[in-house]
Design a protein around this ligand. Structure first.
Ligand code: GLN
Length: 542
C-alpha cells in the first residue's frame, strides 16, 4: 500500500515548492524507496496547453502526450522517472468529470456538492497514481498557496486522506518563506505562523515546515517556528537559497529531512546514497569556461517559458566540462538584420513557439547561423524557421513560409499535418507525446545519437511539406530523421555546415542532469569549437 506526502505552500508563491517536491523524491529514491509525483493545479483550465507562457511558463509534455505544468519537468529531471497524464490534475479536469457523471445520471436523486463529490474525485485521482505506478510513496504537490479560494477543495481532499489512509501513512509538508528585513538584520517568522494557522483552520497540521529564506536560519528562529506552529524542531527545515536548484536535495538531506520522512512513514529504507548526485552538484558549482549560446525566442523576458531548454543546455554543457551562458535574445528585436547580438554567441538555439509574432527574427537568426557557419539547434518551431530560411534565401522564394504564418504563401514549405485538417477544438488536439524517429545513417543526427531509432516527445500541428522535399534537398537540406513510414521529417539538417540540425520534436523534455540529451550534447560540442566576435566572418559564406 502506498504512503502519501502532501506538499503545500504558504506566504508567497515561487518559493520553490516544485523543486522541494522534486527534491523529496530524489531523497527517497536515494534510499531505494520507489516514488511517483503528482501536481494538483487549482485553476479551471483542463490543462495548461491553451495558456500563454506569460501566464504559466513552459508547458511540459509527458511521454503519453499530456500537456502539463512545468513542475513535472522538475520531477522527471530530479527523480529520473517518466510521468504520465495522471500526474497533473487540475480543477478543470475534476469538475468536468464530476459534471459528466452527474449528466450521465450517476448521482440520480442526489445534490452534487464540493464535499463529498468533488473531493472524492480528487482523492480518486490521487490514489490512481499509486495504482498505476505501484510505488512505495506518492508525493503530491498542491499548486498555489494556502488561502487561495480555488485551492480549498484540494486541501479538503488531502485533509481527508489522513483519516482514510491512516495517520502513519500520510505526511504533510508546508513550504513557507521567511522575509528578511535589512534595517534590523532579521528574518521574520510571522507570515509562516499565519500561513500555518490558515492550514490548521482547514484541519491540516503540518508535520514538517520547509523554511525558504535568502539568509541562514538561526536556531532561535527554528525554535520560534517550532513553538508557534506546533512542529517538532527536527521538522523545521531550512531551505536557504542555493547556487543551483540541484543542490536542494543535498541541503534538505543535510538537515535530516530523509530520516524524518522515513521514520514518520515507517518506510523500509536503505542508507541514503546521494554520492553521484553530490558529484553532479560539485561539477555544476565548479567554475568552468563558458560556452555562449544565443536563445532566440519571443518570451525571453520570461525565462520560465523555456525552462526545459535552459536545463538541457546546462546538462549538455557539463558533459563538455563547460558552463553554459545563455544570451536571451528577443526575436522581434533581431528582425531587419540587427545582428550585433548574434555576433557574440557560439551557438544559436531556436525553441518552440506558436503564432507569427517574432518568427521573422527567428528566420533571420537561422540565416545568420547558416551563412556564418555557427552551430544551430532548432526545436520544433526552430526546425520550421530553418526550413523557411533555406527556401527563401537559397531557393530564392521570397514568400516561402509556414501556412501557420501566411495562409496564402506561394511556397508552403511547412504545412498543417493531414490529421490536423478539420480540427477546430484548440485544447489537447495537437500531435502530442512520444513517436519513434528513424535516424538516417551517416548524418549528424545519427552520429549524435549513436543509434538507429529514437523516441521523442512532440507538440505541434504543422510539419515539413513533402511536396518540397526534392528542391529543399537540392538546396542542402538532409532529412536525417524520419517517421517509420518515411513520411514525416522529424529531423532536418544542412549538408554544408558544421552543425545545423533541427528537429520537429522537443528533445529538451528528455534531458536529465545525469543523462543529457544527445542532440544537445552534440550541439554544445560543436558550439564550443566556435570562436566569438566576428572570428567566423572570415569563413566563406556557403
Ligand atoms: N507552431 C508550430 C506547430 O504547431 C510549432 C510548435 C512548437 O514549436 N511546439 O507546428
Amino acid at each position: 500500500m502506498a504512503k502519501y506526502i502532501f506538499v503545500t505552500g504558504g506566504v508567497v508563491s515561487s518559493v520553490g515548492k516544485g523543486i522541494s517536491a522534486a527534491s523529496i523524491g530524489r531523497i527517497l529514491k536515494s534510499r531505494s524507496i520507489s516514488v511517483s509525483v503528482q501536481k494538483l493545479d487549482p485553476y479551471l483550465n483542463v490543462d495548461p496547453g491553451t495558456m500563454s507562457p506569460y501566464q504559466h511558463g513552459e508547458v511540459f509534455v509527458t511521454q503519453d502526450g499530456a500537456e502539463t505544468d512545468l513542475d513535472l519537468g522538475h520531477y522527471e529531471r530530479f527523480i529520473g522517472v517518466d510521468l504520465t497524464q495522471a500526474s497533473n490534475v487540475t480543477s478543470g479536469q475534476v469538475y468536468s468529470a464530476v459534471i459528466a457523471q452527474e449528466r450521465r445520471g450517476d448521482f440520480l436523486g442526489g445534490t452534487i456538492q464540493v464535499v463529498p463529490h468533488v473531493t472524492n474525485e480528487i482523492k480518486r485521482r490521487i490514489r490512481q497514481v499509486a495504482g498505476i505506478s505501484e510505488v512505495d510513496v506518492v508525493i503530491v504537490e498542491v499548486g498555489g498557496t494556502v488561502g487561495d479560494i480555488e485551492g480549498q477543495p484540494f486541501l479538503e481532499a488531502i485533509r481527508q486522506m489522513r483519516k482514510d489512509e491512516g495517520r502513519d501513512n500520510v505526511l504533510y509538508i508546508h513550504v513557507t518563506f521567511l522575509p528578511y528585513i535589512a534595517v534590523t538584520n532579521e528574518l521574520k517568522t510571522k507570515p509562516t505562523q499565519h500561513s500555518v494557522n490558515e492550514l490548521r483552520r482547514i484541519g491540516i497540521q503540518p508535520d514538517i515546515i520547509l523554511c525558504r529564506s535568502d539568509k541562514e536560519i538561526s536556531e532561535g528562529i527554528k525554535d520560534k517556528i517550532s513553538l508557534f506552529c506546533d512542529v517538532n524542531k527536527e521538522g523545521v527545515i531550512p531551505l536557504v537559497t542555493s547556487e543551483t536548484i540541484y543542490e536542494v536535495p543535498l541541503l534538505l538531506e543535510k538537515y535530516g529531512l530523509g530520516d524524518f520522512m522515513v521514520n514518520h512513514l515507517g518506510l523500509d529504507a536503505k542508507e541514503s546514497d546521494l554520492c553521484n548526485w553530490r558529484e553532479l552538484v560539485n561539477e555544476l558549482k565548479a567554475s568552468k569556461e563558458p560556452v555562449t549560446i544565443g536563445l532566440v525566442g519571443k518570451y525571453v523576458e520570461l525565462q520560465d517559458a523555456y525552462y526545459s531548454v535552459r536545463e538541457a543546455l546546462c546538462h549538455a554543457a557539463l558533459t563538455h566540462n563547460r558552463e553554459v551562458k545563455i544570451e536571451w535574445l528577443n526575436s522581434e528585436e533581431l528582425q531587419d538584420g540587427h545582428y550585433d547580438k548574434l555576433e557574440q554567441v557560439q551557438g544559436i538555439i531556436i525553441p518552440g513557439g506558436f503564432g507569427y509574432r517574432g518568427t521573422e527574427g527567428m528566420v533571420e537568426s537561422a540565416k545568420f547561423a547558416r551563412e556564418r557557419r555557427i552551430p544551430y539547434l532548432g526545436l520544433c518551431l526552430g526546425m520550421q524557421t530553418m526550413v523557411i530560411e533555406l527556401a527563401r534565401h537559397v531557393l530564392h522564394v521570397q514568400d516561402a513560409n509556414s501556412t501557420e504564418f501566411d495562409r496564402n504563401t506561394s511556397y508552403p514549405v511547412i504545412d498543417l499535418l493531414p490529421e490536423q485538417r478539420g480540427v477546430n477544438q484548440k485544447g489537447g488536439t495537437m500531435r502530442l507525446g512520444t513517436y519513434p524517429c528513424h535516424l538516417v545513417p551517416e548524418t549528424k543526427a545519427a552520429r549524435a545519437y549513436g543509434c538507429e531509432v529514437t523516441y521523442e516527445r512532440h507538440r505541434h500541428r504543422f510539419e515539413f511539406n513533402n511536396a518540397f522535399r526534392q528542391p529543399m534537398e537540392e538546396a542542402g537540406m538532409i532529412a536525417s530523421g524520419l517517421s517509420p513510414n518515411g513520411e514525416l521529417v522529424e529531423i532536418a539538417e544542412l549538408r554544408n555546415h558544421p552543425w545545423m540540425v533541427a528537429c520537429q520534436f522537443h528533445p529538451e523534455f528528455k534531458s536529465r542532469p545525469d543523462s543529457p540529451h544527445p542532440l544537445f550534447v552534440s550541439f554544445i560540442g560543436a558550439a564550443k569549437e566556435t570562436l566569438i566576435k566576428g572570428a567566423q566572418t572570415s569563413l566563406p559564406i556557403s
